[in-house]
Ligand binder design. Structure first.
Ligand SMILES: C[S@@+](CC[C@H](N)C(=O)[O-])C[C@H]1O[C@@H](n2cnc3c(N)ncnc32)[C@H](O)[C@@H]1O
Length: 323
């Protein structure tokens, strides 16, 4: 698989305009303990510091950094790097104003940063760094870090709520991969359209019984899967989106079909991204090994479980500073 292929499901997610990858769990930008962790990191930076966010997506972390710096009356030089073909300025509403002054580096790996040796004051990442090949990414991070740099990471842990939800979601995706429900919904669109036309003309409805039956059976199986897998939000979202698409069938069949085709594609992407997430999970031993690697290079490290709410672990935080 090429690098572009691997990044494609992320490129499409960011172009769809979500601000961050926890969009279903957190409204707006990051909040709670995640925000508190990042505020502490950004508050430690001097005026003019160069900050590089790895796996930035649509740059939510850089927006936090800038907001925090503005509150302290300092300026930061902000860069966002991502392997995906990101373009936050155009993907996010009011992007030009929102991201003014922030530089994004699309199609750029955390393992090949566009900076010379020792010219970055802070390397940060929120659920991004761990998606890159670990050893190469660490070496690159150490290469570009200034002698007194700060490294701050929030990474996935294998026992977090995010990891648990990903298992449920993948079960839902597996069900949908095998289910003909979207295909049957697409086949039903012209039936619904012709039936609506006949109603408008006062003529007898054309026969579409077989297609209705096929769709109803597949839809029934989806409803049963929703009951059987309550943790798979993807199933409920899919049912809602099929319903919403079919509401257009009577008057705008092309639109209904396009919505269903897009839904099919977005489910494939979701499954691929969940696979990447599961490959990126770190156990306690891997986190400790990462911290030890940084200590070998003179960093003092602190790492901890990061809880979004009491008892709800969202990942690991790792902070490394070199005095
Ligand atoms: C879960 S998203 C996180 C995005 C963002 N940090 C956020 O908080 O919303 C992971 C991101 O890592 C990016 N990524 C994966 N491998 C990468 C690599 N080798 N170098 C840079 N970015 C990478 C993906 O394209 C994706 O945008």
């Amino acid at each position: 698989m090429t690098r572009e292929d691997a990044a494609a499901p992320w490129s499409r997610l960011w172009k769809a305009g979500v601000l961050h990858s926890c969009a279903t769990g957190i409204q707006g930008n990051y909040d709670g303990a995640i925000r508190a962790f990042w505020e502490r990191q950004f508050d430690a930076l001097d005026d003019g510091a160069r900050v590089v966010d790895l796996g930035t997506g649509n740059g939510p972390l850089l927006l936090l950094a800038r907001e925090r710096a503005a509150a302290r009356g300092v300026g930061l030089e902000l860069h966002g790097v991502d392997l995906a073909d990101i373009d936050p300025v155009h993907a996010i509403v009011d992007g030009e104003r929102l991201y003014a002054g922030i530089r994004f580096h699309p199609r750029t790996s955390a393992c090949e940063l566009p900076f010379a040796d020792g010219e970055v004051d802070m390397l940060c990442s929120q659920f991004g760094f761990e998606y890159a090949p670990r050893e190469q990414a660490v070496a690159e991070l150490l290469r570009v870090a200034r002698p007194r740099a700060r490294i701050a990471l929030v990474v996935h842990s294998d026992d977090s709520i995010v990891a648990r939800v990903s298992v449920e979601q993948r079960k839902g995706c597996a069900f949908l991969r095998a289910s003909p429900v979207i295909e049957h919904a697409r086949a039903l669109v012209p039936v619904l359209y012709r039936a609506a036309q006949a109603r408008r003309a006062g003529t007898a409805p054309p026969d579409g019984e077989a297609r209705r039956l096929a769709f109803n059976q597949a839809a029934q199986a989806l409803l049963e899967a929703i009951d059987a897998m309550p943790g798979a939000q993807v199933l409920r979202n899919t049912a809602q989106q099929i319903r919403a698409a079919l509401e257009h069938a009577a008057r705008a069949p092309e639109q209904a079909d396009a919505l269903l085709a897009r839904l099919h594609e977005s489910l494939q992407d979701e499954d691929l991204r969940l696979g990447h997430l599961q490959d990126a999970l770190l156990g306690a031993g891997e986190l400790e090994a990462l911290a030890a690697r940084l200590r070998e290079h003179g960093y003092a490290t602190t790492h901890a479980a990061l809880e979004q709410r009491p008892g709800v672990k969202i990942g690991w935080s790792l902070e490394a500073v070199r005095g």
